[in-house]
Design a protein around this ligand. Sequence first.
Ligand SMILES: C[S@@+](CC[C@H](N)C(=O)[O-])C[C@H]1O[C@@H](n2cnc3c(N)ncnc32)[C@H](O)[C@@H]1O
Length: 276
Amino acid sequence: MGFEGGAAGVGPDTSKASIARVYDMFLGGKDNFAVDREVYEAIQAVSPHGDDVAKSIRRWLIRVVRHLAGFEVGIGQFLDIGSGLPTVDNTHEVAQRHNPDATVVYVDNDATVAAYGRALMEENDHTHFATSDLRDPAALLATPQVAKLDFSQPMVLIQCATLHHVDDDADPAAFMRRYADALPSGSYLAISHWWDPREELPEGHRMARELEQRWRESSMATGRYRTREEITELFGGLELVEPGLVELNDWWPDGPGMREPSLVERLILGGVAYKP
Ligand SMILES: C[S@@+](CC[C@H](N)C(=O)[O-])C[C@H]1O[C@@H](n2cnc3c(N)ncnc32)[C@H](O)[C@@H]1O
């Protein structure tokens, strides 16, 4: 069921598109307004494979959480910042499938996520949701929900497809260093981020420029395709684990690649860093 028909003036702002709702559309969700659909259409007009991007982001997140919660690493705390609307295989479902005692704290600043997502995401005593702005690490880390995490034990901090919605003037490299500094020893930081490949992939560079313009001109008015070097800086000086910062489908795939990714699907990199 969608949101259409909700009482005017109550709940989320429907005069401009919401990042969370537009992203949910790419994942096949139904919870959106006309203003979100306009952005979705404008992006699909540049490349009709936007849904593949959202699916490969979700598949990457699932592989990362499964690896870090599971037998190999066994981390029991996850801080998923910019969690988005609940969808298939949410972080807590994947983490708790592999580590039933894992605590998961979700954070988002989107009113739709807070209004409609909280109940679904806070489905057990180990799972919590906080409303906070990721650009302010001190305030976010001080929320009562995040304070439920034990900062003397390793944790996983996730920024999945979030930081490309942060403009340069908010200095994401600086605030990400503050998150990295706050992480206990033995923790991991996972980031996926839109990529401008420049000369590494010239046709991808052209598409990244065009997509960025469409996102920024939309009512969402956000979106930055950053270079490999700029994305690397967001790891706050922590060391990337194998295979480094790579196209999402190349980060420990589940099996042999059975199809060529579309160009737009290649315009996002992911990596996981470790804090010794
Ligand atoms: C593209 S969605 C990704 C959702 C989820 N991480 C995933 O991979 O499925 C980006 C999310 O980041 C959230 N977000 C963007 N800017 C934010 C901010 N300044 N503070 C908190 N959350 C933010 C949006 O509301 C949205 O839910």
